[in-house]
Design a protein around this ligand. Structure first.
Ligand SMILES: [Zn+2]
Length: 462
């Protein structure tokens, strides 16, 4: 009865009788899950992480997206070559070993297995830098050792994308040093036209999943990538690529992007403030984000829309449905849709376990049928947008697990899916001039690139 229907069936392109092909549905599913995640990730990482960490975390993000991990499984010869290039001062007559940590390995075990001097290991392990490194070894970590028989001459291990531990034997013993591994940021432009989905168009344009998801994350505040996409919609994007030692490592952040959706154009330009916080703004300095998340849960489908004349499934009589029901598995986190304060938490008759938030601009939001609350989020607690306040359930009058979500402006129920959401704060006044100055050349490059691309063709006649 409640067959799980992908929200993608709302896709304009598919008729009701078209069953989605499995791979495509899976891809869509990934994007559906990815958009809210990325949106949150953008907000949180970009809010709090210094730029260097954003860069160093990039390969981790891409690793889960089938992109090359930081240490690609290349054959030993290549690694040795790299090791040689990285350690130009190493005298070449010593032997070299590339030790890869496997599950259950310790440094001692590796040293024993390779007939290396354990006394040397003990001396090395006394160095603070090495101690810290050894404490964090995990499967897949690589240690490159040059040795003279059992004697260790040097040891090298990457600490992340931008640094490495280098240990050298000196006359007085071993010395450790954290060395920089410089990366190079290259800029790349791309243009995509949507025929069926953002995902497929991105793949056609040669974009990685990460870049596609980040495009979706930036524009998700304005564009519903399931419901709003039209054939012929197109986008331009300028993004960073991270290169090291002449090799591509991973895609970085998006610098600027333009999305043309159903006749309207939205442009977003990155700005990094003095604290290293990254955010995206329109050319006039307005935020591309909204003060509210449209759907405060990663849902599998919309199980009931805002409808003043709905027949209630349990009460079996006309009873206005003043919110939207988002079906999601029990326990799915429910997020505060905007910054605000908890003004109610408790059981509210048919609503079951419910939380109500008060926001600025005389807006309140309500979250019902919760399975449970987040304990520390009680009445009076201030919450940030995206913060988890409870978990999906079916308490109260509910036939299945879902979030019932209401949005009230000046006490009047509005359709959460269509109400015009207030924008998030524009660029901070102290940064406005700096943003304008940095945005101008970026926009110029974007325009230049656009002029070299085939103008978008609209396929509205299908
Ligand atoms: Zn409902």
């Amino acid at each position: 009865m409640n067959r799980p229907v992908s929200p993608l069936l709302h896709d304009y392109k598919q008729s009701a009788s078209d069953k989605p092909k499995k791979p495509k549905a899976l891809q869509w599913f990934a994007v559906g899950l990815g958009i809210p995640l990325i949106a949150v990730a953008l907000v949180s990482t970009l809010d709090s992480t210094p730029p260097q960490e954003v860069i160093s975390s990039a390969p981790v993000m891409s690793a889960s997206l089938d992109e090359p991990p930081i240490v690609p499984p290349v054959d030993q010869a290549v690694l040795l070559e790299e090791a040689a290039a990285l350690m130009p001062e190493t005298v070449p007559e010593f032997d070299k070993l590339v030790l890869t940590i496997r599950s259950g390995d310790t440094m001692e075990r590796l040293f024993r297995k390779n007939n290396l001097d354990l006394g040397h290991l003990m001396s090395i392990a006394e160095l603070d830098e090495a101690k810290t490194r050894f404490r964090r070894i995990k499967p897949g970590d690589v240690f490159e050792v040059t040795h003279d028989g059992r004697d260790v001459v040097s040891l090298y291990s990457e600490l992340g994308l931008t640094s490495a531990l280098q240990i050298e034997r000196q006359e007085s013993g071993f010395a450790a040093e954290i060395i920089d591994r410089p990366i190079e940021i290259r800029k790349r432009m791309a243009y995509g036209v949507i025929n069926s989905s953002l995902f497929e168009s991105g793949a056609e344009a040669g974009l990685s999943d990460k870049v596609i998801m980040n495009i979706a994350g930036i524009f998700a505040w304005d564009v519903d990538f399931v419901l709003d996409i039209r054939q012929g919609d197109n986008y331009y994007v300028q993004f960073e690529e991270i290169w090291q030692d002449g090799e591509y490592v991973a895609d970085g952040e998006i610098i600027a992007a333009e999305f043309n959706n159903n006749g309207r154009t939205i442009q977003a330009i990155r700005f990094i403030d003095d604290n290293g916080h990254t955010d995206y703004f329109t050319p006039t300095g307005d935020s591309v984000r909204k003060a509210f998340i449209r759907a405060p849960v990663d849902f599998t489908r919309i199980s009931s829309n805002f409808n003043p004349n709905r027949k209630h499934p349990i009460l079996n009589r006309i009873r206005a449905h003043r919110g939207v029901d988002y079906a999601a598995p029990r326990g799915t986190p429910i997020k505060a849709s905007g910054d605000g304060k908890v003004i109610f938490r408790g059981t509210k008759s048919g609503y079951g376990k419910t939380v109500i938030l008060q926001h600025g601009g005389n807006i309140t939001t309500l979250y019902a049928h919760m399975n449970s609350y987040v304990l520390k989020v009680g009445v009076g607690t201030r919450v940030k947008q995206g913060q988890t306040i409870g978990f999906v359930g079916k308490t109260g009058l509910a036939t299945a697990n879902h979030l019932h979500y209401e949005y009230r402006l000046n006490g009047v129920h509005r359709n959460p899916r269509t109400v015009a959401l207030p924008d998030a704060e524009p660029i901070d006044a102290q940064y406005r001039d700096k943003f304008m100055a940095s945005a101008a050349p970026i926009l110029k490059e974007l325009e230049q690139f656009k002029s070299t691309q085939t103008p978008a063709v609209a396929y509205n006649d299908q």
